[in-house]
Design a protein around this ligand. Sequence first.
Ligand code: OGA
Ligand code: MN
Length: 211
Amino acid sequence: MPGMPIPSDHPLLLRIVDDLAEHGWSQQELFVPQDLTLALAAECRLRHAQGELAPAAVGRGPSQEIREGIRGDRIQWIETGEAASCDRYMTIMDSLREALNRGLFLGLEDFECHFALYPPGSVYLRHLDRFRDDDRRMVSAVLYLNDADWSEEDGGQLRMYLQGDTAYDVQPMGGTLVVFLSGEVPHEVMPAQRNRLSLTGWFRRRGNEPF
Ligand code: OGA
Ligand code: MN
């Protein structure tokens, strides 16, 4: 069972839509039920233990390369039908996709996401979630999967650069979801003292297909 769909006019989803319209980003603590956060965290750890997470690359297409100084996370893309927890999350994100389309007319077609694990000390330097040759990514959504005892001293903040280049830090607490416009909010991942876990994804619109 993929889990109960939530209606796209759920107050939590509408709040995210309003935040994005007003500010270009949104942060929600306890976005998903805690049992789902725990199940996703266990799934991420299991895949890591089985050696399924691989170093993430920078760029796209032929210019793609692994450069740990720029981006040090290890990732695995998620497919439906692999784990009940992932399917449940995808169902929730599909409701968010519908809510975004209704409220902001973004024409979002799908949601792609991957588990990410940043080993201690690794970072992702300041960037935008847009590729020069592929502008389908419209909205980024990161769900953190760290334990409840994660503290500020553990680091690993997501640093977003908002209007006027003001830095705003999100603590990567398990269950927190941060959503932002992919092409408009520069951001970076600060180094952490421990393995930092997340489920990172993008809502995409249809690409410009050649005739
Ligand atoms: C990314 C990214 C942010 C985070 O994967 O593009 O910016 O907090 N992740 O993990
Ligand atoms: Mn990013």
